[in-house]
Design a binder for this molecule. Structure first.
Ligand SMILES: [Zn+2]
Length: 89
């Protein structure tokens, strides 16, 4: 038993934020079933990932509804580079 961290833990964040391709998602899900490192990473990242997902949904919803107005989450949106251009399209 080695203490080396599994190289796949870096995928946990992307997996939780659904930023992986369908193939990568299936692969990581399969892998994490048997990997304690990745399971631990998922548990550690879960609260933040859920928060970010809600935030993203809020921003996207605000983007659709209030495109001409200032976003409600302007302080957060200002740090997200992908927020602006969609609105100007
Ligand atoms: Zn792993």
């Amino acid at each position: 038993m080695s203490d080396d961290i599994c190289p796949h833990v870096v995928s946990a964040g992307s997996y939780l934020l659904e930023m992986l391709s369908p193939e990568e998602t299936a692969e990581f899900r399969q892998h994490s079933r048997h990997c304690l490192h990745c399971q631990r990473e998922i548990v550690a990242l879960m609260p933040g990932a859920l928060f970010l997902q809600e935030l993203r949904a809020d921003i996207l919803a605000a983007n659709r509804r209030l495109c001409a107005e200032r976003p409600v989450l302007s302080t957060v949106a200002a740090r997200e580079p992908w927020w602006g251009p969609a609105c100007q399209a």
